[in-house]
Design a binder for this molecule. Structure first.
Ligand code: NAG
Ligand code: NAG
Ligand code: NAG
Ligand code: NAG
Ligand code: NAG
Ligand code: NAG
Length: 401
């Protein structure tokens, strides 16, 4: 059916419009962001997934998707870790162990975890931790549990391993009299007080520095045409007002969605008009509801009252669908062909025919004939050119009743 085709076209057009709007707001860098899984971290510069073009990411920031569709990073001297989240504004990412039974604090202890060779900065302070082996009976452990870093994965049934910053060791040792010192090691990542690191560890990067670009809502990346060892640039900084990206997305959603709804609404209204024309009119009341929405609520009616409209002559088309005036086969208002049994109304004096449902709605808001613009009182002048141009496209259809 033509109306459903029109509907589909309007819908596709709306989608295209919105997509082009979104795309227009982006840069070439916009083609890079991608995810391993729907709720996984967004991968964008300086990171890239290894199957993306090289220029999408800065050297050393390669990520991949593992066979469980988790985003993973390979640290040169420590192996694979799951990337839980990436914060491009603070230039930090949170990683977690990829093996279910691995023990990151244990790797600090045996020095099998290191950020050497990676682009991430080592934690500066506190960087030295002393591991203590304490009796699980020691009540002080429960009392101080919020202040200690309890290492569950190294603890046993009768002993608990805790880590304390080395500078604090001597203050703690008086309290932790049951404990024996295991080792003092350097810990390259931030280890929050009270944490056993099962929430993952935070890594920070400083090079490349995209913070001002991100703060300005821009898209960080290599300068156009530059190779991977060239400085980075900031594409598509917003207008001088400098709206943050969140605000721009807000505006996009705020304007884009109502805009889309308006377009769809307009499309549906137009389609509704077409459909109204193509359907057989059995009930005027039913059709009235289809067309009523075209009356804009703000329009002050300057049209005719119902009795006046009703006084205009009505014509019901015969089975042939032929019109009293053979050169009109199309309603000039809805541009639809007339069908048998449809009710037409003509405007006295100018003698133009329309679907009754179409012209009635028109006359409610406008007292003049939509074709010749003559009101009932004025002497009507038929303008054959306009009526010819409107009907010429479908005049050939008149040959087939
Ligand atoms: C994923 O790969 C690992 C080895 O890298 C393998 O042990 C594991 O069984 C794989 N899992 C699935 C679901 O394929
Ligand atoms: C981190 O990995 C450990 C071990 O696989 C797991 O128990 C923990 O729930 C993970 N944490 C997060 C936040 O995914
Ligand atoms: C802690 O001390 C107990 C004995 O008190 C010992 O059996 C255990 O192996 C020690 N654990 C570590 C990690 O050193
Ligand atoms: C822990 O201590 C209890 C008694 O205090 C003892 O029966 C048990 O064997 C100990 N467990 C281990 C693993 O040494
Ligand atoms: C550790 O104790 C010393 C005195 O013994 C004190 O001066 C210092 O402030 C304490 N440090 C902390 C971190 O409490
Ligand atoms: C680690 O800490 C969390 C909360 O801080 C706790 O729920 C969990 O039981 C602890 N131990 C392990 C082995 O995850």
């Amino acid at each position: 059916m033509a109306s459903s085709e029109a509907e589909a076209q309007v819908f596709l057009f709306s989608i295209c419009l919105v997509l082009s709007f979104i795309h227009g707001g982006g840069s070439s860098a916009m083609t890079c962001p991608i995810k391993c899984r729907v709720n996984g971290p967004e991968v964008q510069f300086p990171f890239r997934l290894i199957n993306q073009p090289e220029r999408c990411g800065y050297p050393g920031y390669d990520l991949s998707c593992n066979n469980m569709t988790r985003t993973v990073i390979q640290l040169p001297n420590s192996g694979e870790f799951i990337v839980l989240s990436i914060d491009y504004l603070s230039q930090t990412l949170i990683i977690n162990e990829s093996e279910p039974n691995s023990c990151l604090p244990g790797r600090f202890l045996d020095k099998s975890f290191s950020l050497a060779g990676s682009p991430f900065d080592e934690q500066e302070y506190p960087s030295e931790f002393t591991f203590l082996n304490c009796s699980s009976d020691d009540q002080i452990l429960t009392t101080l549990s919020g202040l200690l870093r309890i290492v569950d994965c190294l603890s046993g049934e009768n002993f608990t391993v805790v880590a304390v910053p080395t500078y604090y060791k001597y203050n703690m040792s008086t309290k932790l009299s049951s404990c024996s010192e295991i080792k003092t090691v350097s810990v390259p990542v931030m280890w929050p007080i009270g944490s056993n690191l099962t929430e993952g560890v935070t890594l920070k990067w400083n090079v490349p520095d995209c913070t001002s670009c991100e703060e300005g809502g821009g898209f960080c990346g290599f300068k156009k045409g530059a190779s991977r060892d060239m400085p980075t640039g900031c594409a598509n900084l917003p207008a001088p007002s400098g709206l943050p990206r969140v605000a721009r997305y807000g505006i996009l959603i705020g304007v884009g969605i109502p805009g889309l709804l308006c377009i769809i609404g307009l499309g549906c209204y137009l389609c509704g008009r077409f459909r109204a024309c193509y359907q057989h009119r059995n009930s005027d009341a039913e059709l009235g509801t289809t067309i009523t929405p075209q009356l804009h609520p703000a329009v002050v009616p300057t049209g005719l009252d119902k009795p006046t409209i009703e006084s205009y002559p009505k014509t019901i088309l015969g089975d042939s669908g032929r019109l009293p005036k053979p050169n009109d086969s199309t309603c000039p208002i809805c541009l639809c062909e007339y069908h048998p049994k449809e009710t037409l109304r003509s405007i006295p004096k100018c003698n133009h025919y329309f679907h009754a449902i179409c012209i009635d709605e028109w006359l409610k808001i406008n007292a003049t004939c939509p074709l010749c613009r003559n009101s009932r009182e004025n002497s009507s002048v038929v303008t054959p050119s306009s009526s010819m141009s409107l009907s010429s496209s479908s005049s050939s259809l008149m040959a087939v009743p």
